[in-house]
Ligand binder design. Sequence first.
Ligand code: URA
Length: 243
Amino acid sequence: MEREELAQLTRELRRRVEQSHESEWGVAAAVLPAPIKAPSSGASKEAKLEALAVRIRACRQCSLGSTRLNAVPGVGSADARVMFIGEGPGFDEDHKGEPFVGKSGQLLDKILESIGLSRQTVYIANVVKCHPMKDPADPEARGNDRPPEPPELAACRPFLDEQIGVIAPEIIVTLGAVAAKALLGDGISITRIRGQWREYTPAGGAPVKLLPTFHPAALLRDPNLKKDVWTDMKNLKKELEPK
Ligand code: URA
């Protein structure tokens, strides 16, 4: 096609689009997601969390949003007194859209049970909501996980802060080095600070007590770490008892 012919076609196309009405754009309207409505300030905590989950599922702020199978907003009670925060979804979580459902999740369930808690009574989330993969082209491969990169953590932080703001937990428990560093700063060492009470203040919110402990995956690799997590869970239970 000659250059002039192409330019003429482009002009004609632009004219038609400019003069058309959006009701004629049947295909475009069908592929566009429905506009996301913000819940009213009087909405229930559950409604606010669900609205947040809708935004998380629609998020493309970083590349993980385009490569993951399912976003993984979080699971549990909107009235939870404790929030457990992990690193990010892996293979199983990406396939199910729920945090901690693989081997680490089964161990986390047992840890919760040991102090009378469950995934229904606490809230479980991650510092990033989409699966960070070494090879993003292959979400069906196991062992394709990698830790989230700083821009991915930064893009997801507002979602985590909003979840904390809505739930308003009394205590946050971070699981592993990545979550602890994300909330307390890169300078910390998980082996040094685990079990020590700290504080995290979400953007626009109030400070929340924070207890860093090891990630369940670390306990699967090194069962010697179990006794430290057990100590931390006993301290958590004590902190939750009426004073
Ligand atoms: N590890 C995490 O940190 N989060 C999950 O959801 C699963 C495994």
